[in-house]
Write a protein that binds this ligand. Sequence first.
Ligand code: FEO
Length: 650
Amino acid sequence: MSIGGAVTAAAARPARCCFAKSRVVPKSSPKRHHAQVRNTDAFTKTTTTIVTRAVAEPTPTKNDFMLSDEQIWTNPANEENYKLQTQIMKLTEDTTVIRSLDWDRDRFDIEFGLEKGTTYNSYVIKGKEKTILIDASHEKFEKLYLDSLLAVVGDWRTIDYIVCSHTEPDHSGLIRHVLERAPDATVVGTKVCLAFLDNLVQKDFNKLVVKGGDALEMGDGRQLKFVPAPNLHWPDTMFSYDTESELVYTCDAFGAHYCTEDVFDEELPKLMPHFSFYYECLMKPNARSVLTALRKCEADGVKLSTVCTGHGPILQRNSEELIGDYKKWSEKALEKAKASVAVFYTADYGFSDRLSQSVARGVVKTDCEVAMVDLSTCDAQQVVEEVGRASGIVLLAPPNANEDIQDNIGVLIGAVKPGKQKILVCESYGGDDEPVDPLMRKFAEIGLQESQSPLKCQSAPTEGTYQLYEEAGTDLGQLLTQKEKLKEMKSSMSADVARALGRVSGGLYIVTAVQGTAKSAMVASWVAQASFEPLGFTIAVAKDRAIESLMQVGDSFVLNCLGEDGFEAPMKHFLKRFPPGADRFEGVDWKPAQCGSPILADAVSYVECKVVSRMDANDHWVIYSEALDGGVFNKDAKTASHFRKVATYY
Ligand code: FEO
């Protein structure tokens, strides 16, 4: 989920390595405990007084924290500058959060545009006998974060444990830097997590594999209990629960890409769109795992009242409502599901986990339920159960040499239902993938139909690769749900209303968009001007359209207007059903607009636009965009019109 490429740091102004600002203690706080953050030489010598709270007390209405100076990070991918800062706040007498504020981050993967940056949250618990660090930060925060952490722990040698909730580099990127300073610390994580971390750290370090029910002792009977939460949103994820403070650490789960100085969920109306969008992108494909994790928390006595997330604010003021939303949304996603797809992947192998998540995201766009199954940890019974309830199967190529996994593949082959299920086989880019073509042939021989030829990944995945896998997931989901959807649509609409609405006409346009190596296009007719100031318009885009991922808030795209004369050829070309990942522009004459998206030679005019907002319209997104630039190539041409008789199709 991180912006790819090496990190370069360029300070806009010299970093003074001090927390230049601290907040005033609110007078209204009824019970306040004052504590001192230990300063190191790297920080200002001024002792700062901050507010802490006892476990059961409400936190003050205003946050009381310290902010570092700002630093500027230059993204090598686009040479743009991004403001970084860290923030420290005591949550209890002995628990502190260090938030890395990535104010301007504008994207996580191709499908996840960010409007309000993000934060990476790390926590320090100083138990009576043991000090525990929970997660670290993104590598681009190296100096800011390490200075902050040292200010909190005082001495690197006091760190006994580093809990790694999940190994994506936005949380674990700096663990190896912490280990360089605290080499005796033991890293704690799930088996899968530590296997990943070995690759990241590339050096020996102390490890402790934990599973559900395990706990670390912190002294005086206080424990940090572990609750595995696989697929929220990576296979290695686990929650940790402090039995004394009753704080629960959930990493990606219940987070939001929302960067403000509010440490807690202060302003729900402002937070909500980011919280729900985050769920939609990261957690909805794993709706079943969300419900399992919630059940596990309940069974293990884990209170979800103060939820220390890995991104965005800590949930406390509205935790009941927000956790309730996760439950409600996940139940709804499963209820609405018209088909079920089992995605078999291998968690600690190559890019299997990341690529499988892309496929899952694509499948979920079509109202299918997804079950993620890790071939390296599941047993034969689970394989049989998941295959039994699936109408579609996705198999990410496992490593050739692993006998246990091969046994599970044998079970999978024995459990499939010939003629009743569709299958998609994909490479994992793990270096020792079981060859996908012979693998697919095995399924074909027993009568399983492939949704398309096996997906190949012959170099490290790029945006284009993830797009390919996501689109293949969408295609599979569409194959499985199209009949049911058509039936549902026909039965839900009055024929008279459908005919009447069909008289509403539109124009004909080709929308084109680019993100890194991912490019897409679609024919649009539901386009309408929506404002004068700024010049803005809306486009309705079906939720299962591939281009939807490239039209997030803040993204740019081009609206190409087709003329009355000559619209047929481009329309026919872009209406084709392209195979996933296919270059829609092959054989098409185009030049890039300033944003990089194609301006078609066949267009009579074009408008370069930026997405301002998106409205959820059930099966479509209504995307409101501002027109920033444009040109007319043929001033006498009229825009092609699009007439229909019935509103049940485009
Ligand atoms: Fe926030 Fe999945 O890393």
